[in-house]
Design a protein around this ligand. Structure first.
Ligand code: KIV
Ligand code: ZN
Length: 515
């Protein structure tokens, strides 16, 4: 099955969502999935269906909507998980079940409490269960990087005989370095019987900062699927970043004999969408999608670039989607234009009531901000559904004057009933958060407070991120407004609303022994 097509498997919606506080609503996941399809991703891992009814619902909705990309659900190697995954992808044009079991001595002994024989038997059974739902079954040997090579050869041989189509070899804990990882792929492809009958996949975590380098080493040694995420989102130090892998294979095509289906000019819009929705801000010096990735500060560089672009640039900003920040709508735009633009950028309208609410928010914003960009529209649509959220902001008045203590007067709707509070604070935001806590009494700890400008200009919307920790559960709330104090209140309320939702099962950690 050797070919020069490199399959891009995006797991932003599954492994990416396992990052603390990166949980997305169903509507947000659909928006990301639509953008991933537009980007040209081959396989979208849309979630872990057994995590919760909400996750199942999001995956099956994505499976119904997305036509061009394969839709995949993760499942532990047990019959119940696999049935949920199989059901969730049932209506996909192309659906995949991705099942996994740990293969390293440390995981088998301490997490699974299973012998090698039991693990092989369970993996083979899992492939059989998954094949009842789809022919497109992927198997992952969790913690393959720390697994014994002879055992990997044995289990991969067994799952190939059981009918698997893709074998994924994960560096679950980000332990590898490129030379060793590349050699591991070379060995596996040589030693596993019938290795040419399956696609080999690499899945690398970034704990030592080498996820992309390791993935590329795997590609140079025969991997033809890379599992990655937008902006490198993922647990701990994250996963391999899609944009870096794609652009590395493209810019250095002299070294990589592969092609991908990625439309590179969609990279930056996708990065921005994922960052806006998850609240994980992209560092300015991040390759490809960081704000400074194509900026030249030094006079010498600027001069060189102006004279001849290639002196200091190896790719063009516009090829990865920079400068596509289109002015889309303004104060005079009507409902039809508004609706059409939402449709074009993948914001789904669920009902007339939903459209009315978004249009009302748009008009309100357009009164305060002359130019409305796609990023503004995404911010408008993000967060929980404010029509049904438990905590909603009704009114806020904040006084702040040199030499005086700031004070916030707040009116909220809590489960449809009005509640008011007034508090002093060390600053206006502190006063607002204290007033909210008087009403909500969440006792959560504020772990992060961050303000970003959504677009440029002093009339830009401020986007505020609030990360709360309540008994170890971490949630992120977002709020956007041209007034950052109001945005802060919205973000805090949004985080409280997340705390009120069901916590997700982590497929790799929670109930880990219940395979
Ligand atoms: O990192 C990992 O091992 C995973 C598997 C579930 C594929 O995410
Ligand atoms: Zn992973």
């Amino acid at each position: 099955m050797s070919s020069n097509q490199l399959i891009i498997f995006d797991t932003t919606l599954r492994d990416g969502e396992q990052s603390p506080g990166a949980a997305m609503t169903k509507e947000e996941k659909i928006r990301v999935a639509r953008q991933l399809e537009r980007l040209g991703v081959d396989v979208i891992e849309a979630g872990f269906a057994a995590a919760s009814p909400g996750d199942f619902d999001a995956i099956s909705s994505i499976a119904n909507i997305i036509k061009d990309s394969t839709i995949c659900s993760l499942a532990r190697a047990n019959e119940k998980d696999i049935a949920r995954a199989g059901e969730a992808i049932r209506h996909a044009n192309r659906g995949r079940v991705h099942t996994f079991i740990a293969t390293s001595p440390i995981h088998m002994q301490h997490k699974l409490r299973m012998s090698e024989d039991q693990v092989v038997e369970q993996a083979v059974k899992a492939i059989g269960w998954a094949r009842q739902y789809t022919d497109d079954v992927e198997f992952s040997a969790e913690d393959a990087a720390r697994s014994d090579m002879d055992f990997l050869v044995r289990i991969f041989d067994a799952v190939i005989q059981a009918g698997v189509k893709t074998i994924n070899v994960p560096d679950t804990v980000g332990y590898m370095i490129p030379e060793v990882w590349g050699a591991r792929f070379k060995d596996l492809l040589e030693r596993v019987p019938n290795s040419d009958k399956v696609i080999w996949s690499t899945h690398c975590h970034n704990d030592l900062g080498m996820a992309v380098a390791n993935s590329l080493a795997a590609v140079q040694n025969g991997a033809r699927q890379v599992e990655c995420t937008i902006n490198g989102l993922g647990e701990r130090a994250g996963n391999a970043s899609l944009e870096e892998i794609v652009m590395a294979t493209r810019v250095r095509k002299d070294l990589f004999d592969v092609t991908t289906n990625i439309r590179s000019e969609e990279i930056v819009p996708t990065s921005r969408l994922v960052s806006t929705i998850t609240g994980y801000v992209v560092q300015p010096n991040k390759a490809i999608v960081g704000a400074n990735a194509f900026a030249h500060e030094s006079g010498i560089h600027q001069d060189g670039v102006l004279k001849h672009r290639e002196t200091y640039e190896i790719m063009r900003a516009e090829d990865v989607g920079w400068k596509t920040n289109k002015l889309t709508l303004g104060k005079l735009s009507g409902r039809a234009a508004f609706r059409a633009r939402l449709d074009e950028i993948g914001i789904a309208i669920e009902s007339d009531e939903h459209l009315n609410e978004l249009f009302r928010r748009f008009k309100d914003l357009a009164d305060r901000k002359a130019e409305i960009f796609d990023e503004d529209l995404h911010a408008l649509a993000s967060g929980q559904d404010t029509l049904t959220a438990k905590y909603q902001l009704k009114e806020l008045e904040v006084t702040s004057k040199t030499g005086q203590t700031p004070r916030a007067h707040l009116l909220l709707s809590v489960d449809g009933k009005e509640a008011a509070a007034a508090e002093n604070g060390s600053g206006p935001v502190d006063a607002v958060f204290k007033a909210i806590e008087v009403i909500a009494k969440s006792k959560a700890t504020l772990e992060l407070y961050q303000v970003n400008a959504i677009t440029s200009g002093t009339d830009s919307q401020g986007e505020v991120l609030v990360r709360l920790n309540k008994d170890g559960r971490i949630v992120t709330g977002q709020g956007a407004d041209t007034d950052i104090v109001i945005a802060s209140a919205k973000a805090y309320l949004s985080a409280l609303n997340w705390l009120g939702t069901e916590a997700k099962t982590n497929p790799q950690k929670d109930e880990a022994t219940a395979i």
